[in-house]
Design a protein around this ligand. Structure first.
Ligand code: HMN
Length: 293
């Protein structure tokens, strides 16, 4: 298994205008992340990959293309979580056979699953695949909150490496670091990297790293080295960019910024708005020129 610490881009997927996967464009996004953004790894099949709007076959196709393009150049994590546990297991087996370094699975959402049900979900995916697991906790989208003791229950399984922590609850993050120092944490909010890194997270997984990966690494490494003031200065610039991206449409704007650099990042997948308006294109260009050129 590769080292799973460091900067991971949550991989964007390029779609054609009809919603089908643009393989050539996806390969270009992967190359851009590895060659230009110099990321340590890719988180494939996450929210940023518009994963929850895709069919099982499409998810497999993306895992296959990402592994084929990245080979062993960077670490690869496959997000296989689904409210359909059979699908999660099928995807987990598939990504494991492809050689992904770890699986990750979003907490099952929509229904109000009990904690024993959530635990059973993770235990099943691990038992069926034999691979490592990173819990993907993103309460603002799933409504699922896992407490310190419940993390301890999940962490009893040594295959559970840790959590991708997409939340602003730094008290919970501190409690987790104290209670389970041997378990890994990946920060999930790019705009909160300084506080997360100050609390000793081991890595970060983010959508904006697809275009702002170099600054992300600087923020992370400066904070780790105790140079928080310097890190914060770069975080301020980064957050001006992220604020602009969020206001203009998250994935769509990152894709347009990639296109300005010759990467065929394509369209988004409906029901998300697939195509940028003229005003969104203009704003994406402004953000690119102001922050990334
Ligand atoms: C993923 O699952 O694709 C990512 O890990 C998600 C990642 O945490 C991003 N969250 C979402 O897009 C919901 C962040 O990078 C986020 O986009 C960024 O911090 C801007 O808010």
């Amino acid at each position: 298994m590769k080292n799973l610490k460091g900067i991971f881009s949550a991989l964007l997927v390029s779609f054609n205008e009809d919603g089908s996967i643009n393989e050539k464009g996806l390969r270009q996004i992967i190359r851009h992340n590895i060659d230009k953004m110099k990321v340590d790894g890719l988180y494939v099949g996450g929210s940023t990959g518009e994963n929850f709007m895709l069919s099982t076959e499409e998810k497999k196709q993306i895992f296959r293309i990402a592994k084929d393009e990245a080979k062993d150049q960077v670490a690869l994590i496959a997000q296989v979580g689904s409210v359909n546990l059979k699908e999660a297991v099928e995807l987990g087996k598939y990504a494991t056979e492809l050689g992904y370094d770890s699986l990750s699975a979003v907490t099952p959402f929509y229904y109000k699953f009990s904690f024993p049900e959530i635990k059973h979900y993770y235990e099943t995916i691990i038992a069926e695949t034999g691979n490592n697991m990173i819990v993907y906790s993103i309460p603002f989208l799933t409504g699922v909150n896992i407490g310190v003791e419940q993390f301890g229950e999940l962490y009893k399984n040594p295959k559970v490496l840790g959590v991708k922590f997409t939340a602003g609850d730094f008290y919970l993050l501190e409690r987790l670091r104290k209670a389970y120092p041997e378990k890994l944490v990946w920060a999930g909010f790019d705009e909160m990297m300084v506080p997360a890194a100050s609390l000793g997270v081991h890595g970060a997984i983010g959508s904006t790293f697809n275009v702002n990966g170099l600054r992300a690494r600087q923020i992370f490494e400066l904070t780790q080295a105790g140079q928080v003031k310097e890190a914060l200065e770069i975080q301020h610039v980064t957050n001006d960019l992220i604020e602009g991206i969020l206001a203009n449409g998250l994935y769509l704007t990152i894709k347009e910024i990639l296109k300005l650099q010759g990467v065929d990042a394509g369209y988004c997948r409906e029901p998300m708005t697939a195509k940028a308006t003229e005003a969104q294109l203009v704003r994406a260009k402004e953000l690119y020129e102001q922050f990334l050129k």
